[in-house]
Design a protein around this ligand. Structure first.
Ligand code: BGC
Length: 447
């Protein structure tokens, strides 16, 4: 038996389930970039623009962002020029459904034009339906704490799938549902700005139900379409390795933040404790079959210390323990942590992709080494029998970084916000050559 196949069999035994095949026989690996609507398009009136107006963000408001609503064709060309074969973007729910149940044909047509452009450039479109922002009416009309949110999101998914037709083969209904539920309903950092454990647990239920509703609607309209989810994973370490309490808090953080949703998608059940005493528990039997691909968004590692003043996970710090250094916003660069997280992600029992990975690095000092070292990690994972079918770099362009405004520069392309000119950073070349190496990797077929 082929060595790799034997490793996969071992892995399957270990996780006790069968790893399914990646949906695209004609394109077993995807290499590309990711953006989200609000962060690049500009002039999108939604709950987040209200949040900015209420003074709840630190950086300058998003305003015209980097003009991608108009310059989408250029952006698609830049991604193709960087050697990508895939392009992940999100649809602005607020543009598409400006009032409940009323869809804006012009906005939808603009997304169709983007997709046609991607198709022409042979870039696989990967469409996210929810990347943090909502229509302005949403929280007052069908909030995530209500079951009405589920139907509302399912209908939005159906509308999009009907408009996009067979031009799109991979949808990601939700970006980072747990991050959104935590930051929006537990930590009051992003809209709707609540701090209520019970509400948060209910929201997780409804988000997962909404994911299933959208997945079912998309598949009904477009039976060829594959569905994924983008789950943010962090590495967690004990700040003082000798301290059992630090080790315990790191393991609790891993259990709830990383594993909670992976188990939910793998088994249809979730049950984790959010410190200090919120139990997030539920069951959805249709959840495992609702995805064809499990997406990991990976950025950094937190070193945790107990007891903490921080309510959620104790005190945390970023430390440079591997010598790679820190990003501009102080995050540890830790590519070596990716292999273990990928192993953890196999519990979702689906083919894996990296749906986001990147860094804030205005001077482009670390980006090339960052990309190569993460690819090394994926290769190490492959030696252990884990195929990563896609890698999407965050991000194509410098963009709006939520609470931090335009400070952090995540782009392969630098953007001059006054002229909207896009200029390649030197690491675009590394991205291209790393892509060629990734696409040539053997063993793209199985899990
Ligand atoms: C989010 C992006 C964000 C990135 C960097 C990800 O978790 O999906 O929207 O820009 O992190 O902070």
């Amino acid at each position: 038996m082929h060595v790799r196949a034997a490793l996969v069999v071992n892995l399957e035994r270990r996780i006790g389930q069968t790893v399914t095949r990646f949906p695209f026989a004609d394109r077993p690996r995807l290499w590309g970039t990711a953006v989200s609507h609000y962060q690049v398009e500009g002039d999108d009136l939604c709950d987040w623009s209200d949040w900015e107006r209420a003074g709840r963000t630190r950086g300058e408001p998003c305003g015209g962002a980097v003009g991608s609503w108009r310059h989408y064709e250029t952006d698609a060309e830049l991604a193709a020029a960087a050697g990508a074969n895939a392009f992940r973007f999100s649809v602005s729910w607020s543009r598409v459904e400006p009032s409940p149940g009323h869809y804006d044909d012009h906005a939808i047509a603009r997304y169709v034009r983007l997709i046609e452009k991607l198709n022409t450039l042979d870039l696989e479109p990967i469409v996210t339906l929810f990347h943090y922002t909502h229509p302005q009416w949403f929280h007052a009309t069908t909030p995530w704490t209500s079951t009405a949110s589920v139907e509302r999101f399912g209908a939005f998914g159906k509308q999009i799938a009907e408009a996009f037709g067979d031009r799109v083969r991979l949808y990601v209904p939700l970006n980072e549902p747990l991050v959104f539920a935590l930051a929006g309903y537990y930590d009051a950092q992003i809209p709707p700005g609540l701090s209520d454990g019970r509400a948060m647990a209910r929201v997780v239920d409804h988000l997962l139900a909404a994911h299933c509703a959208a997945a079912a609607a998309i598949r009904e309209v477009n039976p060829q379409a594959a569905i994924g989810v983008a789950h943010n994973m962090m590495a967690f370490a004990a700040e003082r390795r000798w301290n059992p309490l630090d080790r315990a808090i790191a393991s609790i953080a891993h259990r709830c933040y990383n594993r909670g949703l992976i188990e939910a998608f793998g088994s249809g059940r979730w049950d984790f404790l959010l410190p200090p005493r919120t139990r997030v528990r539920g069951r959805r039997d249709d959840l495992p079959a609702s995805i064809d691909v499990f997406g990991v968004n990976f950025y950094s590692r937190l070193h945790l210390r107990c007891p903490g003043r921080e309510r959620l996970i104790g005190d945390f710090a970023y430390r440079d323990t591997t010598g790679f250094g820190f990003t501009d916003n102080g995050w540890e660069i830790v590519p070596n942590a990716l292999d273990e997280l990928l192993i953890e992600a196999t519990r979702a029992n689906r083919p894996l992709m990296i749906m986001e990975n990147g860094l804030a690095d205005a001077g482009d000092r670390f980006r090339s080494a960052f990309i190569e070292a993460h690819l090394d990690s994926m290769e190490r994972a492959a030696e252990r029998g884990i195929t990563v079918h896609g890698y999407l770099h965050w991000s194509l362009l410098d963009n709006y970084e939520w609470l931090d405004g335009f400070g952090p520069k995540f782009g392969l392309y630098e953007v001059d916000r006054a002229t909207l000119e896009r200029r390649p950073r030197a690491s675009v070349e590394t991205f291209r050559s790393a892509g060629a190496r990734f696409l040539a990797l053997k063993g793209g077929g199985a899990g």
